[in-house]
Design a protein around this ligand. Structure first.
Ligand code: MN
Length: 239
């Protein structure tokens, strides 16, 4: 059987480090390794907003990755922008176009960290712009310890896609985010929360496999993390 093609969105960086004079694309290799280990063929996606439909036509599934930037709050109707917010306009434009098209076509979609926040905004939801200021009593969601270790636990809601996929009621997860989902988009539901109540997972029950997770399952900290990639590739195979 031919491996399902799983697109992964790239990050973009200004000149410096890898290329001193030109902007460059980047992705952490463990995103791609996790897809390959689950039987998918990872395909990397440069930011071409006008060609999102053409990319989608060849993809069986999509992973929207994270990055050290935020969705422009104007895109979810916020009147002000928190000082901690940084944006990447062309990347977000591409990811919004591709994600909306993928969900509309009922492709398997997984949003990871910033990719989950993008997924929520793409489907009409809103975000907390800076957890330390917006959520009294919040845990440290920018964990000080390495991402190869858990930062907190989450509770998974029974009866959800995430629960069927991970087969775990509680999971240890890493945590590298200063934003989070505020209100889910219409029709979406929350499938996991941290002990402080911060939303850690969302899904679209109207679709076969549209899932967002706030942590980074590509680090495979628990069996549930690996099962998320297995389930994504299995759903993509049935496009
Ligand atoms: Mn967290």
């Amino acid at each position: 059987m031919t491996a399902p093609l799983i697109g992964l969105t790239l990050d973009s960086e200004p000149p410096g480090k890898y290329s001193k004079t030109h902007p460059w694309y980047a992705i952490r290799q463990n995103y791609c390794d996790a897809v390959a280990a689950a039987g998918g063929l990872p395909i990397l996606l440069p930011h071409e907003p006008d060609r999102a439909a053409q990319y989608l036509a060849v993809l069986d599934g999509l992973i929207v990755t994270g990055g050290a930037f935020d969705v422009d709050p104007a895109l979810f109707g916020a009147a002000t922008t928190h000082a901690a917010v940084t944006t990447k306009r062309r990347r977000t434009e591409f990811e919004l176009a591709l994600t909306r098209a993928a969900v509309a076509a009922d492709r398997a979609v997984l949003g990871i960290c910033g990719g989950m926040q993008l997924l929520n905004v793409a489907l009409g939801g809103t975000l907390l712009q800076h957890i330390p200021d917006d959520w009294p009593g919040a845990l440290q969601h920018e964990q000080p310890n390495p991402r190869t270790e858990p930062g907190h636990t989450i509770k998974v809601e029974p009866g959800t896609l995430l629960h069927r996929v991970t087969r775990m009621d509680e999971m240890p997860v890493n945590s590298a985010h200063h934003q989070a989902v505020k209100e889910v988009g219409p029709g979406l539901l929350v499938d996991a929360r941290a002990p402080d109540g911060i939303v850690e997972g969302i899904e679209d029950p109207r679709r076969r496999f549209v899932l967002g997770v706030e942590w980074h399952p590509e680090y495979a900290l628990s069996p549930g993390d690996t099962r998320i990639f297995d389930a994504l590739v299995a759903a993509a195979a049935k496009k």
